[in-house]
Design a protein around this ligand. Structure first.
Ligand SMILES: Nc1nc2c(c(=O)[nH]1)N[C@H]1C(S)=C(S)[C@@H](COP(=O)(O)OP(=O)(O)OC[C@H]3O[C@@H](n4cnc5c(=O)[nH]c(N)nc54)[C@H](O)[C@@H]3O)O[C@H]1N2
Ligand SMILES: Nc1nc2c(c(=O)[nH]1)N[C@H]1C(S)=C(S)[C@@H](COP(=O)(O)OP(=O)(O)OC[C@H]3O[C@@H](n4cnc5c(=O)[nH]c(N)nc54)[C@H](O)[C@@H]3O)O[C@H]1N2
Ligand code: SF4
Ligand SMILES: [Mo]
Length: 670
């Protein structure tokens, strides 16, 4: 008899959907969205519709592997778990004796978002004294920019969007990356709202919007300043809201805005002055304008400043005081489940050095004192997803670097490993999930036994701790016991009833401890457009990094609806929907370079050269080229993916990646 088991989507997506998994004879045979989940409401994205094909893919790794060929060749032989653990621990002991523990670097990110499995290595590496990884690849500039203005103010409830009359999807490809936000926007539209999309090319989200505004990459700060200029000039401000809630609007108006006329901002953001004027008026006159801010526009040298500048808009027009109005950058539900019982910062005896995950290439090839001698990768695929792929691969090719990769698949990174260890999928281990697109949380148990000899992140760190001869009882806890520690005690986010529902595997909605949209958790208690504690007290125009690089085309390494970063390429059907690794280019740019549709082209800059299939497309404006997805090397025409073109430079706040801040030139092969 098939059983239906509740689970949670583990991927790095804002939505953490509730799943119903059909299990027959220990195998998952179907996956559906949980109709009773308050946010999912039965709706899954195309990626997860056949998750069983990922879980039971013939490509799954099923035993530990030892490298027998050259690094990168992908030649391995199976070994036992005992031998694998013994090889790893003995090599680490040697490295620590010779170079110190900081010569070991863990690298992990978001293969799974479960609170136990995602953070399972922290305690182990803290105790080892290894270098610490700064996990900043995604969008820390968003939080950095928000915090300058809003301090610790929690996010509003994004479901309020349904009550807005103007929903602005700004730098977010919601139709692909946040389908429940798209659903909420469409619900608002059925009640009369308009939807705007602000992007750099015509995404499926732009198609679903009433109006799309295409800006130059990194130009949104200029757009927002131009709008603020008009709102101020035409007295469309909410003066009562500003005097009660905002610090420094007059300083902004006096010092920054005079320089930001729509005609000047038009040159930077690429939208005509009259469009900026119209956007300003319609935004200010909307009853409850709602901005959903994505991550795309944050991955630039000016990303944090852009977020800070856009976040001034709802303050200027008092959007916060109406239901449905405001701006949502992501929910921060971390307070509901403090992670110390899992991450065990108390195991740190002396804080070791921090290495940015965005600068892995530099760390592996240039860092001294001590050099990195061992890399332990789990639930991440840095050879594909990290910027400056050529530097990363030069590092991974170092013969003396001892690389261990814990993975579900033989990824581009696993191909460079000395030892590969098979990982469970989310259906094979328990965990507790919260999310960043809403306020729900859910706990789940394993739905099926491990595939082959796969082990979960946590179980593997228990084995490694035993292999190192450590006696702490902590490392002998089970994942279920750790989940229980995270759930223990009530806090201001969840009372006893909610915690009990979590224990039973029910999806719950957490309640932020302070009331969003009423209290501003900044030192002054106001929205700080003027923040005197910051190096830049007022928002202003900042250039991008790539502006100075001297290449003519902006490159957008954007996402596809049919994959999630480098995940899901194992599913043939999903990969088939993507076709091949394309470069989308406007006809005018193609003609100027004598390039034809379908032709093989090379995009290059100072960091690398990447082959694509050219797709001439009206979706991209002149001056911008786009590629979607982070392809596995085995499926691409050349030997480098798009990240051979991206750089290790960091954002202006939050030390984030600047993956979208790239320029290139493109040539045919003929
Ligand atoms: N299908 C799918 N879903 C995903 C992912 C995926 O790879 N595929 N990835 C997941 C992860 S890890 C994350 S962080 C989220 C990210 O999800 P989003 O927040 O949607 O971020 P991105 O898709 O990176 O970028 C959003 C849009 O910003 C645009 N953009 C780039 N630069 C600029 C700019 O300067 N200005 C403006 N206005 N727009 C710009 C891009 O073209 C893109 O369409 O999605 C998650 N969900
Ligand atoms: N060009 C380009 N580069 C990008 C992006 C982009 O849009 N374009 N997006 C960037 C962003 S926003 C992010 S967040 C990063 C994401 O970068 P990553 O977090 O590295 O994400 P994935 O590429 O999905 O790789 C996750 C890996 O974890 C493995 N995995 C899944 N579950 C488990 C598990 O339980 N245990 C173990 N050990 N392994 C598991 C999967 O098989 C997969 O290979 O990429 C960044 N890089
Ligand atoms: S990837 Fe996102 S939208 Fe798709 S099922 Fe998972 S949580 Fe839901
Ligand atoms: Mo991300």
């Amino acid at each position: 008899m098939p059983a239906t088991i509740r689970s949670v989507c583990p991927y790095d997506c804002p939505d953490a959907c509730g799943l119903l998994v059909t299990v027959e004879n220990g195998r998952a045979t179907a996956v559906a969205g949980d109709p009773e989940h308050p946010v999912t409401r039965g709706l899954l994205c195309p990626k997860m519709a056949h998750y069983e094909q990922t879980v039971h893919s013939p490509r799954r790794l099923t035993t530990p592997l030892l490298r027998v060929g050259q690094k990168g060749s992908g030649e391995f032989e199976p070994i036992s778990w005992e031998r694998a653990i013994e090889l790893i621990c003995s090599r680490w002991r040697e490295i620590i004796a010779e170079h110190g523990a900081e010569a070991i670097l863990p690298y992990s990110y978001a293969g799974t978002m479960g609170l136990v499995q995602r953070n399972a290595g922290h305690a182990f590496f803290h105790k080892l004294g290894a270098s610490r990884l700064e996990r900043t690849i995604c969008s820390p500039a968003k939080d950095a920019g928000w915090t300058v203005l809003m301090g610790e103010t929690p996010a509003m409830d994004p479901a309020e969007a349904e009550e807005s009359d103007l929903v602005i999807l700004w730098g977010i490809n919601a139709a692909a990356t946040s389908i429940h936000a798209m659903r909420d926007a469409q619900a608002a539209r059925r009640r009369g709202a308009r939807i705007w999309a602000v992007d750099t090319y015509r995404t499926p989200t732009c198609d679903a919007a009433d109006e799309a505004f295409l800006v130059c990459p990194g130009g949104d700060g200029a757009l927002a300043l131009g709008m603020l200029h008009v709102i101020n000039r035409e007295k469309l401000l909410d003066r009562a809201f500003i005097s009660a809630n905002v610090l420094g609007f007059d300083e902004l108006a006096a010092q920054t805005l005079p320089e930001c006329s729509p005609s000047r901002m038009a040159d930077i953001c690429g939208l005509p002055a009259e469009v900026i004027e119209r956007m300003a008026r319609e935004y200010a006159r909307a009853r409850a304008p709602f901005i959903r801010l994505g991550s795309g526009l944050t991955r630039y040298g000016n990303g944090a400043m852009t977020v800070r500048t856009i976040s001034c808009l709802p303050a200027a027009v008092g959007a916060w005081s109406t239901r449905g109005g405001g701006i949502f950058i992501g929910s921060s539900t971390g307070g509901a489940f403090p992670l110390q019982p899992v991450t065990r910062e108390d195991f740190i005896t002396a804080p070791s050095r921090l290495v940015s995950m965005n600068q892995l290439g530099g760390a592996l090839t240039e860092l001294g004192g001590p050099a990195i001698m061992s890399l332990y990768v789990y639930h991440s695929n840095p050879a594909a997803i990290a910027p400056d792929q050529n530097a990363v691969i030069r590092g991974l090719e170092r013969e003396e670097l001892f690389t261990v990769v814990h993975e579900r698949f033989l990824t581009d990174t696993a191909r460079y490993a000395d030892i590969v260890l098979p990982a469970t999928s989310s259906l094979e281990h328990p965990d507790l999930y919260r999310c960043y697109g809403s306020y729900h949380a859910q706990r789940c148990t394993a739905a099926i036994p491990p595939v082959g000899e796969a082990k979960s992140n946590w179980d593997l760190f228990s084995l490694l701790a035993a292999g190192m001869g450590w006696s702490e009882p902590f490392f002998r806890l089970t994942a279920e016991e750790l989940i229980e520690q995270l759930l223990a005690g009530e806090n201001r986010w969840r009372d006893g009833t909610v915690t009990e529902l979590l224990r039973r595997g029910e999806p719950v909605i957490l309640t932020p401890p302070t009331e969003p949209k009423r209290e501003w958790l900044t030192p002054s208690g106001r929205i700080e457009i003027l923040n005197v504690r910051h190096d830049e007290p007022l928002p202003r125009l900042l250039p991008t990094h790539a502006a100075g690089d001297g290449y003519p085309l902006h490159l957008q390494p954007a996402v596809t609806p049919f994959a999630l970063n480098s995940s899901f390429y194992e599913q043939d059907d999903l990969r088939g929907k993507q076709g091949c690794m394309e470069l989308l280019m406007n006809r005018a740019d193609a003609e100027a370079r004598c390039l034809n549709d379908g032709e093989s082209v090379t995009a290059r800059n100072d960091r690398g050269a990447v082959r694509f299939t050219l797709r001439i497309s009206g979706r991209v404006p002149v001056g911008t080229v786009v590629t979607e997805g982070v392809w596995w090397r085995e499926f691409i025409p050349g030997d480098r993916g798009v990240n051979a073109l991206t750089s290790q430079r960091l954002t202006d706040g939050g030390r984030g990646s600047t993956l979208y801040d790239v320029t290139v030139e493109v040539r045919g092969e003929g």
